[in-house]
Design a protein around this ligand. Structure first.
Ligand SMILES: Cc1cc2nc3c(=O)[nH]c(=O)nc-3n(C[C@H](O)[C@H](O)[C@H](O)COP(=O)(O)O)c2cc1C
Length: 363
């Protein structure tokens, strides 16, 4: 088994996020919005794989966000998705994004090990503890206060199964299990690479204990440094190191004006306003995924890319922004597009060489 892409040589790593869901990360009505058909997704994954992009990361969603398009109701389940993408690619890491409360850890351990074998050791796990009560309701669950307490038990059970040291009983607050085991163990030892998607302090504490990387947001690049320092301190208290990835939406065009005009078009003129209201309202009320300012200042970013940071402009502008992120201390970012298949080729052709020239990537 070769080095996992998340531990590969590039100083600033890249992933493609949310291609498994309709609209990608956008809440827009433009006709070219991402339809997330299987053939299109495979084409995008293979394109990213050939270009040396490190990882393919799905979003975990069970309900849409209403409005005209009900974006994200159409989304592929992420373990089966990763298995399919693994079989269609050669080098890229294939992540699954898994909701702790909705998916039992004994099942998740086996599904993840299966993807790890199919992919030859390229599996990854993005643990999400959940924020959306409508999705909890769909499973007949209440959202609990101690989401990360449950998450720690969940991760511990999975870790013990993957350690493959024989059957064990588990007596926790959230899980009481008898004779637990599961084989095969994953190819990656001691376990597949793990992200935790969160922003809040309890989320960071969870990442410090249970994940290799925190996957998080910021409103301005320089503000990311405080998050990075904070998670580094929390991880050090556990005797661990945890890198930080972030997430961006991209509009890359030959001229700055062209990119900004298109951003204005899809994220303002053509935004799916009712779904933006619904999404922002629920996120602000129930999650700590963003800095408080984000909701007041950045409606366009929520329509444009679910509140992630916008990379809008020429290839040179986008490369320069990524250099700033790397200098701030981010290990990498995900990118998402209005239409992944139409827009990823230009990003690969024009931005990746600039990142190489800037010393951020060797491949
Ligand atoms: C970068 C990022 C990606 C996320 N991806 C998902 C996802 O795919 N599905 C989901 O239900 N929640 C997702 N979340 C939400 C988190 O899992 C978490 O539930 C939310 O951030 C609230 O927890 P917090 O208050 O600890 O941040 C994401 C959060 C962040 C910051």
């Amino acid at each position: 088994m070769s080095t996992h892409p998340m531990h590969g040589p590039n100083r600033f790593k890249l992933g493609v996020f949310s291609a498994n869901a309709d609209g990608g990360l956008t809440l827009t009505r433009v006709p070219e919005r991402w339809p997330a058909t299987w053939d299109g997704i495979v084409e995008v994954a293979q394109m990213a794989d050939r270009a040396g992009i490190e990882f393919f990361l799905p979003i975990a969603r069970w309900k849409g966000f209403g409005g005209e398009m009900n974006s994200r109701e159409w989304s592929f389940e992420t373990f089966t998705f990763a298995a399919g993408i693994a079989a269609a690619t050669r080098n890229i890491a294939v992540f699954s994004t898994v909701h702790v409360p909705m998916v039992h850890p004994v099942f998740a351990a086996k599904a993840l090990a299966t993807v790890d074998h199919i992919s030859g050791g390229r599996a990854g796990l993005n643990i999400v503890c959940g924020w959306n009560p409508e999705e909890f309701g769909l499973f007949g669950l209440q959202m609990i206060e101690d989401r990360y307490g449950q998450g720690l038990e969940w991760a511990e059970i999975m870790g013990r199964i993957h350690a493959d040291t024989g059957p064990f009983d588990y007596e926790g607050s959230y899980y009481k299990l008898k004779g637990v085991s599961g084989r095969p163990a994953p190819l990656q030892r001691p376990r597949p690479v793990t992200l935790n998607a969160a922003f809040s302090p309890p989320g960071r504490d969870f990442a410090a204990r249970a994940a290799d990387f925190l996957f998080t947001t910021f409103t301005e690049i320089e503000k990311g440094r405080a998050t990075i320092d904070d998670i580094a301190a929390r991880a050090a208290a556990q005797g661990r190191e945890v890198g930080v990835f972030t997430t961006c939406h991209v509009v890359c065009r030959p001229s700055q004006a062209e990119a900004e005009d298109y951003y204005e078009h899809y994220a303002v003129a053509m935004q799916d306003a009712a779904s933006v209201d619904h999404y922002m309202g629920a996120k602000e009320k129930f999650s700590g995924s963003h800095e408080a300012d984000a909701y007041r200042l950045h409606r366009k970013r929520f329509a444009g890319g679910a509140g992630t940071y916008p990379l809008v402009g020429t290839p040179a502008h986008i490369a320069a922004e990524m250099v700033r992120m790397a200098e701030t201390g981010f290990a990498g970012t995900t990118v998402s597009f209005v239409n992944f298949r139409d827009e990823l080729p230009y990003f690969i052709a024009e931005v990746l060489p600039l990142l190489r020239d800037a010393g951020l990537r060797v491949a």
